[in-house]
Design a protein around this ligand. Structure first.
Ligand code: DMJ
Length: 644
């Protein structure tokens, strides 16, 4: 109508010739492209950019009541994010393994010597320089080329600082060796099937014999490969390890787009690559992990420095989980970065990684804590708690674990972490630790002062955590902590013992006359989780009480009977059903953690000795950073240096 009123302009074409219309359209589309492109150059904080280019953490977009999401946090996240059916994978052709030359088994010393030789060949350029070349020039990393203790990171020196040979001395009685071999066979079976049906995908779906990619790794592939590297290596599955290494070297691509969980990428990929590097000295793992570390840094660009939970590794854009209360970040996610980030600084000499996690620590130290407890949701915008839900299971768990492990990994120098850990434990004991009428000790959850008498499978890691921290507590509390650790582990064992399958449910309750048993249908599943056998392993190392090995063996038998299927291992939907149905998922943490902890349980204490290593929350061993490490240290009486 409007056009008709203009003289000389027709409604249909405004009086322009065809060629003029074409030029005009061309100009218009150029202008639109230019404007859109310019958005990429705006700082992340500009609202316009967030509206057009990413999801935001604005409450309007993400506010979802806590009840709206699965409380089991990390697994809750993974369950939500991972489609159970197969997701078509991009780049199938590239992910197919190129023919790998089968090498004869090599000894640990020979393998590490190879790593060292490689290092020596590259003299003349700093370690960090080489890594940076490969990683490209991420804005935030100012390379110094020096390790934190001065000079480039020296792998040979690091090896000489270990008190025990990382691969142990392989002793033990016949039965224990047999059991260890059985666990190794399980690992090989799980790996072979992954390799055959799901190679390059993130996890195997053993019933449908395919792989899935899921979305929580933001397009990263091969989660099972990276998560398995160290397990394969310590078990002496050398051909499999070599294949995995080759895949990392030739296929693993870090510049992917999609929703990556900062937490999951950190514990599995960063943790897995760091461990692989420290165990083998292979430069490729260091190069890859430094590349990945740089890509995680933009998640920390928030008003408080508390990172958001999700990041696009390709663009660096980050946002909060849509289900997290009012755009908040999750305690167990931003509180489970410390060990890996300190090691990234150690390897690069670049303090930026340590600064990021120390900033989180500073805020958590300063903020007021209800009854000394740490709630699970915190706003990265204001630095305030968003609501008062406290749990040592999902949403909170590994934050506490990383406090004590930060202290241990610092060669017991990080007094702040120590203080925070023991005060948190005190608050947990006063507010959450409960005793059931039947005498079982358990950890309840706390909602603004009201107790929910439920304990998650995830919370069962705490038996091990309390045990490894026992020795450094107040002298008068040491025995008490060991007892507490044993009681928690006993309760978790009861949750297994009271089921038909002898595997434990996702969550069990202590109310309405039940003890250590799941009452809701939705809590009855078991997804190959490690936390219970993890505590058996630590308790075994701390006490050498044979019952822990026996309990571990019961778990092996139950896994074999109920979770082993023709083409791998699968979780089950109901631990109380005598013929359980399978969930068609071989989780990557089954290879990284469950089987590794079982293998360690049936090994000597010097295999990845706790005097030298701490395990990240995905069971990837990271070395203790020695304050006074010199080659002479390894020569001290009784502590033989074993490096190449
Ligand atoms: C693993 O990914 C890690 O242990 C994490 O901390 C929580 N638990 C899962 C396995 O259950």
């Amino acid at each position: 109508m409007l056009f008709r009123k203009l003289p000389g302009v027709s409604a249909s074409g405004m009086g322009l010739r065809l060629s003029q219309k074409f030029v005009f359209l061309l100009f218009l589309s150029g202008l639109v492209t230019l404007c859109f492109g310019a958005l990429f150059f705006l700082p992340d904080s500009i609202r316009l950019k967030r509206i057009f280019l990413s999801k935001t953490d604005s409450p309007a977009v993400t506010a979802v009541s806590e009840n709206g999401h699965n409380e089991h946090h990390k697994k809750g996240v993974r369950e939500r994010e991972q489609p159970r059916g197969m997701t078509p994978a991009r780049g199938d052709a590239v992910t197919r393994l190129r023919a790998v030359s089968r090498r004869p088994s090599v000894t640990y010393e020979a393998r590490t010597a190879g790593g060292k030789a490689q290092e020596e060949r590259s003299q003349g350029r700093t370690e960090h320089g080489r890594a940076r070349d490969a990683a490209g020039s991420a804005k935030e990393s100012a390379s110094s080329g020096r390790g934190q203790h001065g000079g480039a990171f020296d792998y040979g020196k690091f090896k000489k600082c270990l008190l025990k040979p990382p691969l142990g001395t392989d002793q033990g009685d016949a039965q224990t060796r047999e059991r260890r071999d059985k666990v190794k066979e399980m690992m090989k079976f799980a790996w072979d099937n992954y390799r055959r049906y799901a190679w390059g995908k993130n996890e195997l779906q053993p019933l449908t014999r395919n792989g899935h990619t899921g979305s929580m790794f933001g397009g990263l592939r091969g989660a099972s490969i990276v998560d398995s590297l160290d397990t394969l290596y310590i078990m002496g599955l050398n051909e499999e390890y070599e294949e995995a290494k080759e895949w990392v070297e030739t296929v693993l691509d870090m510049s992917t787009n999609g929703e990556a969980s900062l937490f999951e990428v950190n514990i599995r990929y960063v943790g897995g690559l760091l461990s692989a590097y420290y165990l083998t000295g292979e430069e490729v793992f260091k190069r890859k992990v430094l590349e990945l570390g740089d890509k995680l840094l933009p998640a920390f660009n928030t008003p408080t420095g508390i990172p958001r939970g999700v990041i696009n590794l390709g663009s660096g854009t980050s946002w909060s989980w849509g289900w997290a209360s009012a755009g908040s970040s999750i305690l167990a996610e931003f509180g489970t970065l410390h060990l890996e980030f300190v090691h990234l600084s150690e390897l690069t000499g670049n303090p930026v990684f340590t600064e990021k996690v120390m900033n989180i620590r500073k805020l958590l130290n300063k903020i007021e804590k209800p009854h000394g407890l740490y709630p699970n949701f915190l706003s990265p915008a204001t630095g305030n708690w968003v609501q008062h839900h406290v749990s040592v299971g999902g949403l909170g768990d590994s934050f506490y674990e990383y406090l004590i492990k930060s202290y241990l990994m610092s060669d017991k120098q990080d007094e702040e972490a120590k203080k925070m850990y023991y005060s948190a434990l005190e608050a947990i004991e006063s507010n959450l630790v409960q005793k059931s009428p039947g005498g079982l000790t358990y950890l309840a959850e706390w909602r603004g002062g009201i107790l929910d008498h439920k304990m998650g499978h995830l919370a069962c890691f705490s038996g091990g955590m309390v045990a490894i921290g026992a020795d450094d507590g107040q002298p008068e509390k040491r025995q008490h902590y060991l007892d507490l650790a044993a009681e928690i582990t006993h309760t978790c064992h009861e949750s297994y013992k009271r089921s038909a399958t002898k595997l434990g449910p996702e969550a069990f309750r202590f109310d309405g006359g039940t003890e250590a048993t799941a009452t809701r249908l939705s809590d009855r599943y078991y997804i190959l989780r490690p936390e219970v056998v993890e505590s058996y392993m630590y308790m075994w190392r701390m006490t050498h009480d044979p019952k822990y090995r026996q309990w571990g063996w019961e778990a092996v038998e139950a896994l074999e009977q109920h979770c082993r299927v023709e083409s791998g291992f699968s979780g089950i939907r109901d631990v109380y059903a005598t013929t359980p149905s399978h969930d068609n998922m071989q989780q990557s943490f089954f290879l990284a953690e469950t089987l590794k902890y079982l293998y360690l349980l049936f090994s000597d204490d010097d295999l990845l000795s706790l005097d030298d290593w701490v395990f990240n929350t995905e069971a990837h061993p990271l070395p203790i950073i020695r304050q006074n490490c010199s080659p002479e240290r390894g020569g001290a009486p009784g502590i033989e240096a074993t490096g190449p």
